[in-house]
Ligand binder design. Sequence first.
Ligand code: NAD
Length: 270
Amino acid sequence: MPGRLQHRTALITGAASGIGLESSLLFASEGANIILADVNLPGVQRTADLIKERFPNVKALPVRVDVGKEADIKDAVDLAVNEFGRLDVMFNNAGIMHPEDDTALNTEENIWDLTMTINVKGVWWGCKYAILAMRKNPVDEEKGLHTGGSIINTASFVAIMGAATPQLAYTASKGAVLAMTRELAMVHAREGIRLNSLCPGPLKTPLLMNFLNTAEKRDRRLVHLPMGRFGEAVELAKGALFLASDDSSYITGTDFKVDGGLTSSYVTPL
Ligand code: NAD
């Protein structure tokens, strides 16, 4: 059985940890060659080693990328095209949730700006260079390769619902990701470039668990989760794979929620 991403090239940001790490492994298991991008170089080197060990037939190149720097993103996309001849999937997944991000009254401007640079500008630049590359993708009918591609931008459930435990810059940044993704999906729909947001619910990854470091903080949230548990990064990776592959060929512009029912809930089961 050919993999769902056979002959495809993917670039994944935040590939050292959490959703990005699990997506890298899953995409590789489906045959994709991957550029593993992260500000944490030893982290993506570890991801590359895991892929080499488990899926020796695919190529995975680790590269240090700060998504808050436009030139880094451009270089990573150029690397994908130079090494593999094309870019089919761009997963703009890296993001931060700063510990000093708080209410409107308590958040410092530098925290706001840093969050917006990484979470919003990083996604914008990721879309920009991916679109430029995807337009030029060579056609190979035999391998089922065409121009265009799939761009997936990681947003969050907090872009859809309010929380009385605020991280205002983070929430605003993820709202921007949803709006930007929808608009770009419309602009590029006739070029065969699909853009979707992936909206995770709260997950058991370092990003959230480093912050929810007491049982009290975790319980404050768990009561609102219909399934009574935090999500796993691999459950998000499966959503990302669906959006990356041709299985979602008629899906663009969506806020694709993988949240255990959180954004549909009012009263949750006891
Ligand atoms: P994680 O902390 O496990 O992984 C994030 C990765 O991004 C890390 O490897 C980190 O080094 C990298 N990164 C951070 N800043 C970067 C930068 N400037 N340039 C390049 N790489 C950078 O987090 P995760 O939970 O896997 O989060 C992935 C995405 O999912 C983020 O956009 C996050 O906002 C979003 N998200 C997470 C949750 C959750 O509960 N964990 C919920 C909703 C949305």
